[in-house]
Each structure stands twice: as C-alpha cells, then as structure tokens.
Design a protein around this ligand. Structure first.
Ligand code: CTP
Length: 390
C-alpha cells in the first residue's frame, strides 16, 4: 500500500510517543521508507536506538548536526512525500501555527509543501484551551483529533492519541491521493510585459504566486502540468517562459488542443504600445509625451470562443477587481464565456497581488458561488481544484 512512498514521521514530547514504535512497523510492513525526526523532548520518552532499528534509517533531532552540505530541514522536506507528526503536543502545534522554527521538526514543517497529518495528544484541559484551538485552526493540515478516555495524567477526557490504524489509513489515503492523474492542466501566471523601447516597458504588480501555487498543486494532485508564465520560475514540470500578451497567446494556442483544463491566472496587459521603438526614446523639450496604445487580444474570451461549445478544455478565469467585486465578476464570467471565474479583491493589502495569502470567491457558470476565506495561496489552490473537480 505504501510501496516506494517516503514518510517523514515527526515525534514530539508526549507520553504516547511510545506507541509510535508500532506505527513505524505498520509503515514498514506496507513497504514505506520511513525517516524519523524527533524533537529533543521526544527522546525523553523513546530512544533513538529503538526508532533507528525499527525505521532502518538514521533518526534526526538536531538541525545543526551537519552531516553533509545540504541543510537537513530542506533536504528532508524535499525527500518526503508526506509528513506525519504523532503525537503532536500543544507546544509544537503552537510553534507551527506561528512559523517558529526553533528545532529541526518545526523547521521542516515550515518548508514542507506536501500533505501534513497532525495527530495531537495532550491533557484534556490543554486540548480544550481556546488558545490551542485557535492555533490549531490556523493550520490547513489534516488533523486527526484525539480520542476520549483515560489519560496518562490521570484525567478522563478528550486527549488520547487517536488509533494507529486511523493514522495509517489517513497516510495511505493522502499519499495516494492523485485525483488529477491523467489530466493535462495548463496554467498561466504573472503580469505580461509590453515593451516600449529597449529599456522601458508597461506591466503590472502581479507576482505570479497564485498561478505558481495552482500549478504546484495540480502537480501534487497527479496532473501533467504546463505553466505558461511571465515570471522567472524553475520547476520540475514544463514551464514556458513568455513576455508579452501576444507571446502568451501563441504559447496557449499551441497547447490548447492537448489541455483538459486551462486556468488563466495571469494578469494580461489589456494594451500594448502601438509602435515599439527599436532605439531608446530620447527626452525632448516638451513637458508631455504621448504613448499610443493598441488593444491586446482578450486571450480568455478567445480561448472560450475557440472551444466552440465543446465541454473541454474546462476554462477557469480570474478577475481582479478593486470595487463591486461580485457584480463585476458575474458580468465577466458571462461575457468571457468561461466555466469558472475566481474573483479577487485587489483593494485589500493583506491578500492578492504580491501577498502569500488570498481570499477569493469562486463563481460558476450556473450561478453557484463558493467563498474561500483568507488562507495561503497553496491552500486556496487546493480548494479551487476541489471546487472544480469535486
Ligand atoms: N485576460 C485575458 N486577456 C486580456 C485581459 C485579461 O486573457 N487581454 C484574462 C485574465 O487572465 C483573467 C481574466 O481575463 O483570467 C480577467 O482579467 P481582468 O484583468 O480582471 O479583466 P479584464 O478583462 O482585463 O477587464 P478589466 O481590466 O476592464 O477589469
């Protein structure tokens, strides 16, 4: 069930750490490769020797125990297909929620972009503490809630580590979750660049982060991904670097027929200069100068027309609005003819352009709307795929 899968198993300092020895055996029996990372306190409950013998791998604890040239928190984060932390204490939950990287395990989670499972275990009063609940709610991970019963501290209540079978089954489910397997997803991103002369251009503030998150997410969900972007990015999937709106249109035209889904997250310039100057434009004695602009093709509208009523490719547009978000978005969805439109409020500074966070409303062509609350762009990307491929 887990053949060839790489599991990073985090253990923190709670009494149920002793149970995790059995979880390692379950993973190993299912043919997973398991690497254990302990917080220093975890080793007060279980020994490195036991974990090493069971996992057949070295157990890592200290971030600064340098074994090779690569920083260990990054190499381990890159190595694993999934991170499972069991038990996770109130302390580690809170550190992760605030991005504190004061040990190897919390540093790995901070750099980790694939699925994470947290299985908390603690005293029932700690579990009910509103601060812990709030910190847990900040995390967009899979949380396997503790069970009720007799606790090692002598209390009866909710706080026991959930069953190892539950952790094992969730690991199998998430690590094999590839709902976009076999689908070709084309994503556009970034702000197009329209040259004026060899040294000047017209562009916009789009960072390309939402498009990159969508492409990364599609890849994680098993899709074959092509990212057509005006940004400088290197990925382990096909990236086509473009500059202007016209470049983006021709790259997209070329990929149109093979795509199952096209997501237009790019901020395409509506206009380009009419006469590009091959030489640098010199300053004149006049106080004003006029640049003549011509309209760029509306790529989204054109690919929707090109589809000519066919169901595929599925076409998703974005819309950036600074006022009347929903009314403008509904009108755009209708006028452009796409299946979904993701509406972005660019008047807010805490989301959207250049931010790592977003808050969007997904509108579909049948009139449905789904509001996604503020979250990091990767989480928003997962929820967008969940909404369109349900
Ligand atoms: N878009 C496009 N080609 C253009 C302009 C926009 O394909 N020339 C796409 C964008 O990639 C996005 C959607 O259309 O998916 C909406 O972009 P937006 O800038 O919100 O809307 P515009 O159509 O440009 O309208 P306006 O700027 O007037 O709001």
């Amino acid at each position: 069930m887990l053949s060839g899968k790489k599991i990073l198993l985090g253990i923190t300092g709670g009494i149920s750490a002793y149970k995790i020895c059995e979880l390692i055996r379950m993973y190993k029996r299912a043919n997973a490769d398991v690497k254990v990372v302990c917080t220093p306190n975890a080793l007060k409950f279980v020994t490195k020797l036991t974990l090493q013998n069971l996992s057949k791998n070295e157990v890592s604890v200290d971030e600064f125990d340098v074994k090779n040239y690569n920083p260990e928190h990054i190499s381990l984060a890159d190595w694993a297909d999934i991170t499972v932390i069991a038990p996770v204490t109130a302390n580690t939950i809170s550190k992760i929620a605030f991005g504190i990287c004061d040990n190897l395990l919390t540093s790995i989670v901070c750099a980790f972009k694939k699925p994470v499972i947290l299985a908390p275990a603690m005293n029932c009063n700690m579990w009910e503490n509103p601060i812990i609940r709030e910190n847990l709610n900040k995390l967009h991970f899979t949380i396997l809630e503790p069970e009720s019963g007799y606790l090692a501290c002598g209390y009866e209540g909710k706080g026991r580590l959930c069953s190892l079978e539950k952790i094992f089954e969730k690991t199998v489910e998430l690590v094999n979750y590839k709902p976009l397997n076999g689908k070709k997803i084309v994503v556009t991103s970034g702000g197009t660049i329209e040259d004026i002369d060899p040294v000047r251009y017209i562009s916009n503030y789009s960072s390309g982060k939402m498009g990159t998150a969508l492409a990364d997410c599609a890849k994680n969900l098993g899709a074959d991904v092509i990212l057509i972007t005006a940004c400088d990015v290197k990925k382990d999937y096909e990236v086509i670097q473009v500059k202007s709106a016209l470049d983006m249109k021709s790259a997209l035209d070329e990929k149109f027929n093979c795509a199952d889904c096209i997501i237009m997250a790019a901020a395409v310039a509506d206009y380009r200069v009419k006469n590009y100057s091959r030489e640098k434009i010199k300053k004149t004695a006049e106080d004003e100068m006029t640049l003549h602009l011509v309209k760029n093709p509306d790529i989204l509208s054109e690919i929707c027309k090109k589809r000519n009523g066919a169901k595929l490719p599925l076409i998703v547009g974005f819309c950036a609005e600074s006022q009347n978000l929903l009314e403008n978005a509904k009108e755009k969805l209708l006028n452009k003819g796409c299946d979904y439109l993701i509406a972005n409020d660019i008047s807010r500074r805490d989301i959207g352009f250049a931010s790592d966070y977003n808050e969007v409303t997904i509108l579909d062509k049948n009139g449905g709307t789904v509001k996604l609350n503020r979250a990091d762009k990767m989480t928003i990307a997962y929820k967008i795929f969940e909404a369109i491929y349900g």
